[in-house]
Design a protein around this ligand. Sequence first.
Ligand code: C5P
Length: 407
Amino acid sequence: MLKGKHIILGISGGIAAFKSVYLLRLLVKAGAEVQVVITPNGKEFITPVTLSSLSGRPVISEFFTANTGEWHSHVDLGLWADAMIVAPATASTIAKMANGVADNMLITTYLSAKEQVFVAPAMDLDMYRHQSTVRNLNTLHADGVEIIEATSGELASHLIGKGRMAEPEEIVRRMEAWFENEACKPLKGERILITAGPTYENIDPVRFIGNYSSGKMGFALAEEAARRGAEVELVCGPVNLTTTATNIHRTDVRSAAEMLSACEKCWNDCTAAIFCAAVSDYTPETCADTKIKREKLGEMTLKLVKNPDIAATISKNKKDRLCVGFALETDNGMENATDKIIRKNLDWIVLNSLQDKEAGFAKDTNKVTLISKDGRHIPFPAKSKKDVAADILDTVFNKDGRCSQTQ
Ligand code: C5P
């Protein structure tokens, strides 16, 4: 996983710096290109000559090379790197990273790093458990830095406790695992709007027009897209479902009008949309302020007006973005679905039929056919909604799926 990867190895001034030599060797052996950035204190523990010999690159420590005045660009380094590992990370370096105290080359490089950063702390046990260190490590974790925890054992002070830098093999294993996990994130960089669930259209304060949609298909899509690294804007009607992924940004709405307005708010920043919600086609022309009493009203006629078509409205401003709709049909499925692709300016439509016993509202399974605007029909067997979500994302986000779209 590390072959060809550009890694910045940041070394700060702790006795564990001797282990960084082994770490550097392991990284190079694994095929990574390694640029060492060392703090002035780090050089007290390990010589740049050792590090540059092993990495095959001059070691960077100062902002300028003293004799030539050449400036070392931390910005370029940050762009070059696929990952940065700070090992050992002393209490002081951790504190500076957590607070942006950019007084040495290692910290400026950290602040310029665009990709994943790892830290392997190393210090005495009292320093490691001090609330200030704990607080700073929590801050780094919240900032997205992966902390490779120190282990317990005999420390430089001869005290026994937690504070030993993780072994180089363990650090490499954690970095490899991270890259392996990243490779499973083909939707990184996408921001996908997903509508899900029913809408409720109020008749009076206690009654509404709704439908049987559970939201399960839309939520399965949101979870799967998030697992693949996308940021998801999930706009959902009233459902009984929860989401766990931190990259799902959820907006709960009730009516079609609210759903449209929530979609319009985030659509500008999105790269794709999947309209999975079962939006009510009609809404009462007026909503009574107080409960309608049958004793007073006797017979009742409800006047309904058309709701906005969210998919059609959003995809008007589609540009080159991917738009996918759903069609739940009882009859003439193919014909109706194909017609919807054109009317709603979609790239794909996911057709499911209420005639299939595995498809439909509140079920945990679905059976779909994907239809593209360029005339492809791809039928899938009945599967769990999670697996259907995977099939849909595999199909519409693969190269051919995206190639088929036009303005
Ligand atoms: O026209 P029909 O309701 O069958 O179209 C279904 C597709 O259109 C689904 O993708 C659904 O989410 C979307 N839709 C919508 N707004 C509506 C009606 C349907 O976004 N008012």
